[in-house]
Design a protein around this ligand. Sequence first.
Ligand code: SOE
Length: 386
Amino acid sequence: MSDTEPLGIGLVGHAFMGAAHSQAWRTVGRVFAPPLSPRMSVLCGRDADGTAAAARRLGWARAETDWRKLIASEDVDLVDICTPGDTHPEIAIAALEAGKHVLCEKPLANSVSSAEAMAEAALRANERGVRSMVGFNYRRVPALALARRLVLAGRIGKIRHVRAQYLQDFIVDPESPMMWRLDRERAGSGALGDIGTHIVDLAQFVTAEHITGVSGLTSTFVPERPLGDGSGRYGTVTVDDAAAFLARFSGGALATFEASRFATGRKNAMRLEINGSAGSLAFDFESMNELSFHDHGEDASTAGFRRILVTEPEHPYLHAWWPPGHGLGYEHTFTHQARDVLEAIGNDQPPAPSFADGLAVQRVLDAVEHSAANSSTWTEVPAHPA
Ligand code: SOE
């Protein structure tokens, strides 16, 4: 383990995301050499026994059931928020006001107004050296970080088309029970906010452009589901099961986006294809160690998409991992995220993506919902905040 200055971590939430973040905090200092050494101080959850068991399993020093106490703890310097979206604003703003750095899972919030309040709190805190970051972990897929590098280096020229999809099928069965992700109060929206949020952020990240307007459609295919509490009763699904929208980018590119939990056979097919005047890039998370690249300047008789195996030490994040060809998985994106936030805090820099970036994504989601509710009318997205 590193003997650099410690940074106490307090994690709120220990389900899927909490486990993924725990794995990252356990691993990051053993693989990378961040300027700060994370200490897994406190894990917080609602149920005392369950949280204590999770803390033992995931490697946390102690368990807590009150997130306010976690924030107040002297051995917590960074609050990592892995709870449903409805709790993000209160926890994040309280932590920032208490002078604690914050890493907050996506989507930043359930509404534009909440995201605005969080971005304002982040801006104020940043002036005091208190940092915040949104957990858009897919920015840390080496192939996607490489895609951005190629775009910025001009390798695909001027961007004309962006095609983004995030396809899953985990609730196709109409008898699959209700969960918080299907409740607007807790999740904000459905496929749009849960997975559409990732492709909006990624498309903006890789292109280094932003979305200026959208026309959207949403659908809820299964409006009622068993409550799953043994009562035999059904509850109402209050979010979208799928969303699709057209968008225009700031550089003029035309874009299509699709987010669905009903794409049978697709488990975590997060895909991005970008066509530029000088070439194209294509990615699919189901083959996450590969990036397809077409250089349109090559001789036409042999030009075409070629598969770059993104496992070389020259590729983003890869110097610290395995020899070429051995590949990474989903969990590594969280380790990279932990590394990046530690680097930023340790070097006294604001990390990215910022809460302002999270707010920008929220504005796109909001515009899609507004458009979908108004016969898909074209809806401008307010300018990207600073
Ligand atoms: C569920 O759809 C989910 O776990 C998302 O919440 C994550 O953000 C995504 O990475 C995988 O799918």
